[in-house]
Design a protein around this ligand. Structure first.
Ligand code: FMN
Length: 192
């Protein structure tokens, strides 16, 4: 499968980056063709501004948006790796969806209502969190951390097979626990 990995973390020595390396090697091991989209490294501009919106509205796709959509539509599978920031993806990734998932490309409206247009066979969403599982359970906040992306964006746009995993407490966990998470991430790649 052609797999686009959208990676969102500013540091190349982060735990998230180690996740990226492990998922990528797993995917390659399984024979998938991968492209890594490192949003910070690319200097991606996450702001969908008034000029972009008016061009889109008039049926003209700005070049920078067309470039993102070409990469999105190249892929048959999608992987997202990011840290949870204020119970949401970093603004950089949120902006990538704003910019790339345009009306007419990712979804459309008809008399029958909204319809997803994306044909990706599957998506994998790996999220790291600083808080513990106990904290999430107590605050009833687990679903709000992933559903806006897994259901509200990917599901809405037609990607039905979406797996997600949240790795809790990654700031305080032991080296052994980190190694176990990385092993699991590699396996997610192999079994994608
Ligand atoms: C701006 C910011 C907001 C954060 N918000 C949350 C949060 O809402 N919930 C949470 O569990 N952790 C939160 N964290 C902690 C990060 O999720 C954690 O540092 C990250 O997952 C660790 O991975 P890394 O070492 O690769 O950065 C936040 C961190 C930052 C910098």
């Amino acid at each position: 499968m052609k797999v686009l990995i959208v990676f969102t973390h500013p540091n190349s020595n982060s735990f998230n980056h180690a996740l990226l390396e492990n998922v990528s090697s797993g995917l390659k091991q399984a024979g998938h063709e991968i492209k890594i989209k490192n949003l910070y490294e690319e200097g991606f501009n996450p702001v969908l501004d008034s000029d972009d919106l008016s061009k889109l509205h008039n049926g003209h796709t700005p070049e920078r948006i067309a470039k993102e959509q070409k990469e999105l539509l190249w892929a048959e599978g999608l992987v997202f790796i990011y840290p949870l920031w204020w119970f949401t993806p970093p603004a950089m990734l949120k902006g990538w969806f704003d910019v790339s998932f345009s009306n007419g490309v990712a979804f459309e409206y008809s008399d029958a209502g909204a319809k997803g247009l994306l044909k990706h066979k599957k998506a994998l969403v790996l999220i790291t969190a600083g808080a513990s599982k106990d904290y999430f359970d107590k605050n009833d906040s687990l679903e709000i951390s992933y559903r806006p992306l897994t259901d509200g964006t990917l599901g809405f746009c037609g990607v039905e097979n979406v797996k997600h995993e949240i790795y809790y407490d990654v700031v305080n966990c032991t080296d052994e626990e980190r190694a176990e998470i990385l092993k699991q991430a590699h396996a997610y790649g192999v079994n994608f």
